[in-house]
Ligand binder design. Sequence first.
Ligand code: UD1
Ligand code: CA
Length: 488
Amino acid sequence: MDADSRKPLDVIILAAGKGTRLKSDLPKVLHPLFGKPLLERVLETLRPLHRDLGIGTVYVIVGHGREAVTDHLNRLTFPFPIRAVVQEPQLGTGHAVMQARPCLGENGATGREVLVLSGDAPLLRAETLEALVARHRGKQAHVTLLGAELDNPAGYGRLVIEGDRLAAIIEDKDTSEAQRMIRVVNAGIYCLDWSAVLPLFDRISSDNAQGEFYLTDLIALGSEAGLTLRHTLLDDPDEMQGVNDRADLARCHAVLNARLQAHWMAEGVTILSPGTTLIGPDVTIGRDTVIMPGTNLLGEITVGERCEIGPYATMTGTVRVANGAKVIHSVVRDSEIGEESTVGPFAQLRDRAVLSHHVRVGNFVEVKNTRIDHHTNAAHLAYLGDSVLGSEVNIGACAVTANYDAYTGLKHQTVIEDGVKVGCNSAMIAPITLKKNCSIAAGSIITHDVESWDLAIARPRQTEVRQWVTRKIQKSQPDAVAPPKPPV
Ligand code: UD1
Ligand code: CA
């Protein structure tokens, strides 16, 4: 590694714009992409860069909705410092970058490299940024920017290239008819030699169609000043997809989803129906796992090897699914599923349902804040809340833990130890403990603890009323054909 590649890189993320076209109360950069704000996705892209190149400080230029954006930034944990820098009023991208000038100046600007990113362009890959920085360093450039060749360049700044020299960027609204035909556009991502470009900022004017101080004017100014200006084109123009409206947001989800599915398929995961499946960026999936149609993996989801997920499984929050588990037609949030366990069809696990291995949670069973040890079954129609279940327990159909006291609002615990068999249609009124290997008769309402190996029956005894039906019919319909006489 040479000295240059160890030099920390400072980053400016432009995030002060309003996002008018989203028609939202939420600032644009806080709109979620697979559950995390756009701005946070951009910051995530910097993580591998920090590992490989080292990042000094990330300055986020905030303006519209800056309280909310700054609050969000304060809650994040990244391995590099993140500072919000206020731009007020917002006079354009050139003006935005200038707001970081006092901060960057404080650390002595000479030789400093600054990467400028857009807070509303979340699809850029870390490898692309690393390649940009490498090219910038390799060519000893003063400015290196990312561009792309688009079939429809409308809306973007056009790169004016003379020979092999980058001469200017003309914003869409300022283009001449001839310039409008240029299909090579500015992606809005730049690597700057800070000390070389700094003097140019004073010469950016707002004499243009939008009356803004354009960062893109650096190119014409730099070209006149004889700086080395480079550009590199994206192989995959989708990487520059920004978010200006809800359709862009949908496009970003679609592009990222397709990219991630391609990645997991290449890693040995079968995805039967990519078009009906959503896989977010915080998901990992082991090989030989099969993802069935209609599956949404949206949170921080870890799926092991040889699992069967779906059809129609939705997982959110933090979920771990161990090797060989199955989740069919079910909803899982913030829970864990152990090896070879089966969930569903039509089950819900939520708020720390933790299943060990070989557990079966079947149709219409809800499990909340409950630990279930291995080889335990709750196969049909049950509610297990705030409970601890041992191993080899059987929960009959329609068994319910009554955990909630509606008058105090308190939740109480049910402990069901190893080997307990709970008959169907029984209720455990918590707090309560059913000790090892005891048995609960079907239809019981259990209000106090049951000792090991005992049977608890808590239901009225069955009585038979002899010939009740016969008498009933004879009384109400005397003409009816007489029912057969009972044997004497
Ligand atoms: C910009 C580029 C354009 C490029 C395009 C790529 C300029 C002048 N134009 O255009 O060449 O093709 O990106 O997507 O730079 N922002 C601020 N403060 C401001 C203005 C903007 O922080 O005063 C932020 C915005 O929140 C946004 C980013 O800067 O994150 C880009 O601004 P935007 O207005 O979206 O620029 P574009 O018109 O898209
Ligand atoms: Ca934009």
